[in-house]
Write a protein that binds this ligand. Structure first.
Ligand code: F6R
Length: 248
């Protein structure tokens, strides 16, 4: 894993945007996997700025989002469709037909999972952007998710619902299920860019560097991927050396 240490969130966001910009410029039809959450927001801001300054264009880019809540209409302000539209897509020049996000309102959820995975296979993701949950989840692959699972319906853990409750009026209104790309879907990406910032991610980052690949800690699977870059700020990196021995 290629580790890029940066001082803070701002620097992480800039480096991540530069990283994606380089790939988007060098590939003829880039396919980029995207994440929601607080971590990539700064990166999206940087990319929007670059697009406004005409330093980058997303006209030839296809995107796949990692996940979507089940039961929230795409128009709900807390759906990941809305998050992506507000935070990124409405400010970019990407054609809507090149944007893929799982449909959390599908009547036949299993069919939706199969459809989404087939699209991923057909297009092939060049770079998948990931955040990391405090419990080591990537996408909504919670601890214990088998590494061979592709896109599937998952039940969110209480800790993930608690962590995401900040966007909702109450914990009760946080959906209990989501559609997520599986670990196997994520591992098919040619390249992975994981971002981590802040003291609340320090435990998870330390564990990621511990050397053990365990389904109990989903992000550890990235150690088996041949092309991973991690952009991590000082606070998120702060426990790495101390914790390394603990998880051996
Ligand atoms: C988001 C996603 C999640 C987040 C993770 C970290 O699409 O799949 O795995 O990346 O929960 O979230 P933040 O960035 O809000 O700390």
């Amino acid at each position: 894993m290629n580790v890029i240490r940066v001082p803070d969130y701002e620097a992480m966001s800039k480096r991540a945007a530069d990283f994606l910009t380089a790939r988007i410029k060098e590939l003829p039809s880039p396919v980029i996997g995207l994440a929601t959450g607080s971590t990539p927001k700064g990166m999206y801001k940087q990319l929007i700025h670059a697009c406004r300054m005409e330093k980058i264009s997303f006209r030839h880019v296809t995107t796949f989002n990692l996940d979507e809540y089940i039961g929230l209409p795409a128009s709900d302000p807390n759906s990941y469709h809305s998050f992506m539209r507000k935070t990124f897509f409405q400010h970019m020049d990407i054609p809507p037909e090149q944007i893929y996000i799982p449909d959390g309102e599908a009547v036949l959820l299993e069919n939706e999972c199969t459809r989404y995975e087939s699209l991923i296979d057909k297009k092939g993701v060049d770079v998948q952007v990931l955040g990391i949950g405090q419990n080591g989840h990537i996408g909504f692959n919670e601890p214990g998710t088998p590494f061979d699972q592709t896109t599937h319906v998952t039940t969110l853990t209480d800790s993930t619902r608690q962590a995401n409750a900040r966007f909702f009026s109450s914990i009760e209104s946080v959906p209990k299920q989501a559609i997520t790309m599986g670990i196997a879907s994520i591992m098919k990406s040619r390249e992975i860019l994981l971002l981590a910032s802040g003291p609340h991610k320090a435990e998870a980052v330390a564990r990621l560097f511990s050397g053990n690949v365990l389904e109990a800690f989903p992000a550890s699977v990235l150690q088996d991927h041949p092309h991973v870059t991690i952009i991590v700020d000082d606070e998120a990196f702060s426990l790495v050396s101390r914790k390394e021995e603990k998880y051996d």
